[in-house]
Structures are given as structure tokens and as C-alpha cells.
Design a protein around this ligand. Structure first.
Ligand code: MG
Length: 157
């Protein structure tokens, strides 16, 4: 078995852009600055998957200097990452994600995000955990400037 940890953070943008979290469009907050669709939650998961399999990181597979990934649907990147992990001989045991932000409130969206991630990863919803927290108003995340995500995955043979 292999464990992997992933982290990502993005700042909210003033540009008219939808907020994508875990492959779900969230209507009650601004979008995130990024070369791709800015799905910070999926980016953390991708790094956890590549980390667990010792296959590098999101930047080495999908560089943000590459025009192919401009405005990219991070769901597609997640499917590609899971495909590489499977090709290396692993299956997803479980995934646990913590999202830290003052906005949006995550709880109303958690079940939709779990269902979408399970679909993208080809696993059961019971293998996916998504938890939301605030930063108790501390620092820039606490001031509501952006979103931080931590993800842990376990890969099985
Ligand atoms: Mg990112």
C-alpha cells in the first residue's frame, strides 16, 4: 500500500469565472485565479495521487506554461492522473480531503462533490471523504482571499 499527500491553494479572482470545486460548479462564491479552471480541490487530489505512486506532481504532468491546459477542465486532468496511477499498478483505496476557506460554505455542496469525485475516479462514494473548515478568520485565507486544500490518498495493489 502507498500513501500520498497533496496540497494546493488559489486566490479568488475579480474576473467573471465560475468557482469549480471537486468538479462541481459552486454558485455562491467567485472563481479562482489559475491557468486552468482553478479547481483547487482536484489539484490537491492529483498531487496526492502522483505523490503516492511516486510519479512526480501536477506541474510535471500538466505544466501551466502549456497552452493545452489553458482553461482546462480539471476533471479531465484527474481522470488522466488516475489512469496513470492505474497503469502503474495501483487502485484507489480511499481519499480524504480537507477544504479550508471562509467562503463558500462547503457543507451544502459536499455530497455533490463526493459523487462527482467518485465518478471521475471510478470508485464508490464511500471511498471519498470531503470536509470543510474555516481558518477562524486567521491570515489571508481567514480574510476570505482564497481557498486552501489538503488531500490524503491510500493506494492499494
Ligand atoms: Mg492549482
Amino acid at each position: 500500500m502507498r500513501i500520498g499527500f497533496g496540497y494546493d491553494s488559489h486566490v479568488f479572482t475579480d474576473a467573471a469565472k465560475p468557482l469549480m470545486l471537486g468538479g462541481v460548479c459552486i454558485p455562491d462564491a467567485p472563481g479562482l485565479q489559475a491557468h486552468s479552471d482553478g479547481d483547487v480541490l482536484i489539484h490537491a487530489i492529483i498531487d496526492a495521487l502522483f505523490g503516492a505512486a511516486a510519479l512526480g506532481d501536477i506541474g510535471s504532468h500538466f505544466p501551466d506554461t502549456d497552452e493545452r491546459w489553458k482553461g482546462a477542465d480539471s476533471g479531465k486532468l484527474l481522470e488522466a492522473a488516475m489512469g496513470e496511477v492505474r497503469a502503474a499498478g495501483y487502485a484507489l483505496g480511499n481519499l480524504d480531503v480537507t477544504v479550508i476557506c471562509e467562503r463558500p460554505k462547503l457543507r451544502p455542496h459536499v455530497e455533490a462533490i463526493r459523487a462527482r469525485l467518485a465518478q471521475l475516479l471510478g470508485v464508490a462514494v464511500g471511498q471519498i471523504s470531503v470536509k470543510g473548515k474555516t481558518n477562524e478568520k486567521m491570515d489571508d485565507v481567514g480574510a476570505g482571499r482564497g481557498i486552501v486544500v489538503h488531500a490524503v490518498v491510500l493506494l492499494t495493489p
